[in-house]
Design a protein around this ligand. Sequence first.
Ligand SMILES: Nc1ncnc2c1ncn2[C@@H]1O[C@H](COP(=O)(O)OP(=O)(O)O)[C@@H](O)[C@H]1O
Ligand SMILES: [Mg+2]
Length: 240
Amino acid sequence: MAKKTVRNEDNDISLIGDKLGFEGKEAYNLLRTNILYAVKRKERSARVIGVTSSVHGEGKSLTSINLAHSIAESGRKVLLIECDMRLPTLRKKLGQKKFAGLSNLLAGVDEEGEVLRQNVGAQGLDVIFAGKAPPNPSELLASHAFSRLIEKVENYYSFIILDLPPVCEVSDALIVSKLTDGMIMVVRQDYSRSTDLDYAMRQLEYVDAKVLGFVYNGAESKTKRYKYKYRYGKGYSSKS
Ligand SMILES: Nc1ncnc2c1ncn2[C@@H]1O[C@H](COP(=O)(O)OP(=O)(O)O)[C@@H](O)[C@H]1O
Ligand SMILES: [Mg+2]
């Protein structure tokens, strides 16, 4: 199916956190609840969730922020890490100024304290933005520096949400999946092709990634009163 024109990012701010309407908020709260059940609590360590999709523009970043926001609102400490260093959008979505981020930290240019933004848009929601576009994003995510970062921050948070690049376009999400407790696949209605999703699912299977479920983004509800409908579950079939 042909791709829809992606909505202008200037509108993003109205789709995030407190700006979301009741129905949208409820959908993300439901996603939060499902994840709380799907991934067991670990002692003294955060649950690490990767958010990916087949292709870009399906709503990974939007889902990552709103999920992180919903978790923070439930009183848990959450760290959102923008791992898509090729197409970073979180800073703009969250209306933040430019500053150093993950790439600067992994390249050894900046320290954690300099890249960690605290209480962004909600109490208990900390963010590490992508930072300056690096020449080698895949290498940075595959580096020991990245796995050491996750190991370290795991001690301070209940949840770590990784906003990852899309599976069909680069290998980053597959590499990083090893560090997660599970992955969420975002599928945007009338956007990606089923062959892309098939390919992405096979790639995730090859690396033994645990796919927790799917977020069906942008679906029309039956009543058409709201435009968010997030379906969550393991119901993927390559024939569907
Ligand atoms: N459910 C939705 N309703 C309206 N706009 C959406 C929805 N999901 C995503 N978008 C818009 O589509 C664009 C791409 O979303 P984004 O989360 O940045 O995708 P990704 O991170 O997967 O590349 C953004 O401008 C975002 O605001
Ligand atoms: Mg994104």
